[in-house]
Design a protein around this ligand. Structure first.
Ligand SMILES: *[C@@H]1O[C@H](CO)[C@@H](O)[C@H](O)[C@H]1NC(C)=O
Ligand SMILES: *[C@@H]1O[C@H](CO)[C@@H](O)[C@H](O)[C@H]1NC(C)=O
Ligand SMILES: *[C@@H]1O[C@H](CO)[C@@H](O)[C@H](O)[C@H]1NC(C)=O
Ligand SMILES: *[C@@H]1O[C@H](CO)[C@@H](O)[C@H](O)[C@H]1NC(C)=O
Ligand SMILES: *[C@@H]1O[C@H](CO)[C@@H](O)[C@H](O)[C@H]1NC(C)=O
Ligand SMILES: *[C@@H]1O[C@H](CO)[C@@H](O)[C@H](O)[C@H]1NC(C)=O
Length: 939
């Protein structure tokens, strides 16, 4: 489904072609030496690595004449002014530049620049310097990047963005600007004043392309004054909300208007005076009411229309289909259209692209679809087999997530022009045949039930294949395939997760473009072969061999992988030290997961300023030494998990300044000392999960931290939307101890909040302020030396599902308020000095003796000791634990993986459904697979 957008993006980007082919004109005077050295200096300030997919498909980058020619006006991508010889245009798009653009960059000394194209390089989240505003004569500025919503064209997630931070107001000094493209920089933000200034000052603007940039705080009013010369406005996926100004539809020259995927953008399409040249209108997933017949009859030039998930008014589907005489591209996805699709109505249309995904269509694809070259029909209820014949000019066929069964019909193997084929998430069976498509770029057959032996010759004709996903076909035997060589030499993305493979595919030895490699959940044995590190040197950015049987050490060659962003070697048997050169990688890494191996020694890396790390997981190794202090440089850090190691030191309160930190797990290490007081005013503002258990912390519970854990306080803040941590390109997982089990939350729900300080030497009282942390789902202070009464404020923790205060020295009665905790499913107060009545009724009827034993003074149900004036109120029999015990309220689901109870059991990763029952206490657990609904965004 990622594919829709991807393909669309590909398809629609094509005509835009490459902006600038500034060819060298041999009659120009030689270039000025200061400009020549500025250019060289600029270029040499970057490492050169892999550019990205876009460049492979559309550009021929070798720009190496810079070394051979002395006159900079003769360099590829450089254009000089014919009169004065000044450099006036620089096109370094797709040059594979990696590094930061500093405000002191020599680029900014090229004052005469009129065109600058730095598209598709990797500037590592540089901010756009205000110095860009200094190019007085700039007409074309292009800093686009290839990601949109984190997805690349070939259907797998891509890393990060090129520029980040705030859009500088100085861009509005570029009053001669005609074309501005900053699209795809999804970590960039524009605010109202700067956009307003931009629009007011740039009166010559014809192209404004900002899709993917965060405009969530922008007031749409400021778009009112857009220049009347505007031909292209692309603001897809900008989080715009509110009313879209009417006058934009009347701009006399507007040809391309794309504002789709701004979910809360509303407005009304005009009923008169449309800007008639409009060719491309993207409104999917907005709140505009749309009257298609009206649009079609009034916009005579309209060729492309996307209205997926929109509200239709006026005469409805399917009657308008027969009127689509001029449209070539139509997106009707995300509606509730059902029944047979009326293919015959398309007979006289010129439609080439049709997206019917996410409807309830049934039936078969037609034998004759006329001009259609692109059919997207994923996630319909189609339960039939594919037809015998489909038009031979088909380029894109996307049928994911239907209920298609049987074998793949033979015609599929021979469609000559096919480029994209998605048959994933269906019920296909049988052998996979030999693909004949020499132009196939993308092939996805994952999540089916194919069987038999996959011979390498199946792929021998696929000379153009860039992306292959065969994951999760448990009955396929891939041995001949993985041992083959000389196939798939163009591969960029290979996904063979859960495929029973036993080796890293040999053909990857020559796969020099490999970027994304997911071999998780297999049976790969032995050492990590060093050739992988050679092959992926410039391009590999996602590498997962998690959950295999790898042994040996992590080779230091790994540090060759200069583009690496996501590295996952978790759940293997790797040993020895983490190579010291890891520091070299840490500048780029976003997600490093080495948990559950046998790594020892200290964690070697020093993280530099500007570190991009979001998630660092080293749980379950034998690491020693201290936590690296340099982690404070990782301002984006969300998850830090050093649990189950031998780390020592005191509480790392220096982490309190990390604004994004959500998960801090230091469980089972050698930490000691008191926690102390925060050093800053708002410590740990986003912390949701903290586990300090099984250490030697002592002193009082840290009241002054509890007071500020804002993210744990606002229970209702973001209940509306189900959010998981990690964004579109990675999903975070973490192990928590929940109700006595080690449970891996494969997706960390952003509402999930727990505190576990158990098995330390904390003393003193449980502070009253704990009652403020109202989103807490789990609280564990067991096995400490806590005294005095349980605070009544515990009764305010209305979301609490498990509470363990056992093995302390608590006294007094159990606060009656606890009976109001209707979510509470697990209670352990055993081994304290509690006395008096056990609260009765509601949840308390479900707890057994085990919850209270070792408190000699307690009386009432379920204890045998009767209270002095007990009325003998007989509670209802304790209810059996529900099967959906781990399915929390408000409908969110988890994929949970049980890793065992205590140290007894060990379970592997199981998708789907697993029932677990292990003695005491008896829990039946329903493991729910959480399908995240990832909408695609087209730009
Ligand atoms: C920016 O440059 C890229 C790569 O050269 C190109 O594909 C894109 O169309 C350009 N943007 C504009 C608005 O011309
Ligand atoms: C620019 O500044 C950066 C960081 O402040 C520094 O590392 C770099 O050497 C400077 N470059 C130039 C050309 O002065
Ligand atoms: C900008 O353009 C104007 C008019 O073409 C010219 O006079 C001026 O020298 C240019 N400025 C720079 C810095 O190139
Ligand atoms: C508008 O452009 C002019 C000319 O470059 C510049 O002097 C002025 O500061 C700009 N105004 C704003 C609000 O940026
Ligand atoms: C859209 O608006 C609704 C209601 O104001 C809000 O709850 C929701 O979070 C918004 N959605 C997005 C994607 O901004
Ligand atoms: C759609 O086509 C039908 C005939 O096929 C015609 O009668 C009708 O007026 C058309 N509707 C519009 C809105 O053009």
């Amino acid at each position: 489904m990622v594919l829709f957008f991807l393909i669309f993006f590909l398809f629609l980007s094509l005509p835009n072609s490459l902006l600038s082919s500034f060819s060298f004109n041999s009659s120009t005077p030689p270039c000025h030496s200061h400009e020549s050295s500025a250019l060289l200096h600029f270029r040499n300030s970057f490492a050169v690595g892999y550019s990205n997919y876009y460049c492979d498909v559309y550009s021929n980058p070798p720009k190496n004449s810079w070394k051979m020619v002395t006159d900079c006006c003769g360099w590829d991508g450089v254009t000089c002014d014919t009169m004065a010889g000044h450099v006036i245009a620089v096109d370094l798009s797709c040059s594979g530049l990696h590094g930061l653009i500093h405000p002191n960059s020599t680029l900014f000394s090229l004052r005469h620049l009129q065109r600058l194209n730095l598209a598709y390089n990797n500037f590592h989240g540089s901010t756009i310097s205000s110095k860009f505003g200094g190019f007085a004569n700039m007409t074309h500025l292009n800093l686009t990047y290839s990601t949109i919503a984190g997805f690349s064209i070939v259907g797998y997630p891509v890393a990060g963005s090129s520029f980040a931070g705030n859009f500088p107001s100085e861009i509005s000094h570029l009053s001669k600007l005609v074309s501005l493209d900053l699209s795809g920089n999804i970590d960039m933000r524009i605010e109202t004043p700067n956009l307003k200034r931009l629009i007011q000052n740039l009166t010559h603007l014809t192209e404004l392309v900002l899709y993917g940039i965060d405009m969530s705080s922008v007031s749409t009013n400021c778009l009112t004054n857009l220049s009347s010369s505007l031909t292209t406005l692309r603001l897809n996926g900008c989080q715009l909300k509110g009313k879209f100004p009417d006058n934009i539809f009347h701009l006399p020259n507007l040809q391309v208007l794309r504002v789709a995927y701004n979910y809360n953008l509303t407005g009304s399409l005009p009923t008169y005076n449309w800007s008639t040249p409009l060719k491309s209108l993207f409104l999917s997933e907005t709140k505009f009411p749309i009257n298609i017949p009206y649009l079609i009859s009034n916009l005579k030039s309209l060729k492309e229309l996307t209205v997926g998930g929109c509200n239709f008014i006026g005469s409805s589907y399917p009657t308008f289909l027969s009127n689509l005489t001029q449209l070539t591209s139509l997106d009707l996805s995300y509606h509730n259209f059902g029944g047979q699709f009326p293919w015959s109505l398309l007979n006289n249309t010129g439609l080439t692209h049709l997206d019917l995904s996410y409807n309830n269509f049934i039936g078969q694809l037609p034998e004759v679809t006329r001009n259609l070259t692109q059919i997207f029909s994923s996630n319909n209820s189609s339960n039939s087999q594919l037809l015998n014949k489909i038009p031979s000019n088909l380029e894109y066929l996307v049928l994911s997530g239907n209920l298609l069964n049987g074998t793949i019909p033979s015609w599929v193997y021979t469609i000559p022009s096919l480029r994209y084929l998605s048959l994933d998430h269906n019920k296909f069976t049988g052998h996979i045949g030999e693909f004949q498509h020499t132009s196939l770029v993308y092939l996805n057959v994952s999540f089916n039930n194919f069987s038999g032996n996959v011979e390498s010759k199946i792929f021998s004709k696929l000379k153009s294949l860039q992306s292959l996903d065969m994951s999760n076909n448990p009955n396929l035997s891939l041995h001949s395939f993985t041992s083959a060589t000389n196939i798939l030499s163009k591969i960029h993305s290979l996904q063979l997760s859960s495929s029973n493979i036993t080796e890293i595919p040999q053909f990857l030895r020559t796969a020099e473009y490999i970027e994304y490699l997911d071999l998780s959940n297999n049976h790969i044995k032995g050492n990590i072969p060093s050739w992988v590190m050679e092959v992926g040197k410039d391009s590999l950015y996602y590498f997962s061999v998690s959950r295999n049987n790898l042994t040996g050490h992590i080779p230091s060659l790994i540090c060759n992988l200069r583009s690496l962003r996501f590295l996952d070697f978790s759940y293997n048997h790797l040993n020895n030290m983490i190579p010291p050169c890891f520091g070299k990688l840490s500048d780029n890494l976003i997600d490093l997961n080495l948990q559950s191996n046998n790594l020892n020694g200290t964690f070697p890396t020093t993280f530099a300023k500007g570190c991009h790390l979001r998630s660092l997981k080293l749980n379950g190794n034998q690491l020693e030494g201290a936590l690296p202090r340099s982690l404070v440089h990782c301002r984006k850090l969300e998850v830090l998990d050093f649990g189950n190691n031998k780390i020592n030191g005191t509480f790392p309160c220096w982490l309190e300044t990390l604004l994004e930190l959500r998960v801090l797990i230091l469980r089972s290490n050698n930490f000691h000392g008191a926690i102390g007081n925060p050093k800053t005013k708002f410590p740990f503002p986003n912390l949701r999960i903290i586990d300090l258990s099984h250490n030697e912390f002592h002193g009082l519970l840290p009241t002054n931290f509890f007071m500020y854990l804002k993210a744990m306080m606002n229970a209702n803040a973001d209940k509306g939307e189900l959010k998981y941590m990690g964004d579109s390109y990675y999903q975070d997982s973490v192990i928590v101890v929940m109700k006595g089990y080690f449970i891996e939350l494969v997706k960390i729900h952003s509402l999930f909040t727990t505190i576990d300080f158990s098995n330390n030497n904390f003393k003193g009282e449980i502070p009253e302020v704990i009652g403020e942390l109202q989103s807490l789902k789990g609280l564990n202070f067991s096995h400490n030396n806590l005294v005095a009464r349980m605070p009544q404020s515990l009764g305010n923790l209305t979301n609490l599902e498990w509470l363990d205060l056992s093995s302390n020295k608590l006294t007094g009665e159990i606060p009656i308020q606890l009976a109001d905790l209707t979510m509470l499913a697990f209670l352990n107060l055993s081994e304290n000095h509690l006395s008096g009545h056990i609260p009765q009724g509601k949840q308390f009827n479900t707890f057994t003796n085990d919850s209270y034993h070792g408190n000699l003074g307690l009386c009432g149900f379920p204890m045998t000791k009767v209270c002095g004036n007990d009325e003998g109120q007989q509670p209802s029999p304790s209810s059996t634990i529900q099967e959906d015990d781990f399915e929390f309220e408000n409908g969110f689901h988890w994929k949970v993986v049980l890793l065992g109870y205590g140290c007894g059991f060990m379970f592997g990763l199981g998708l789907g459904y697993l029932v677990f029952s292990s003695g005491k206490p008896k829990w039946l657990v329903n493991i729910v697979y959480g399908g995240r609904h990832n909408k695609l965004q087209r730009s």
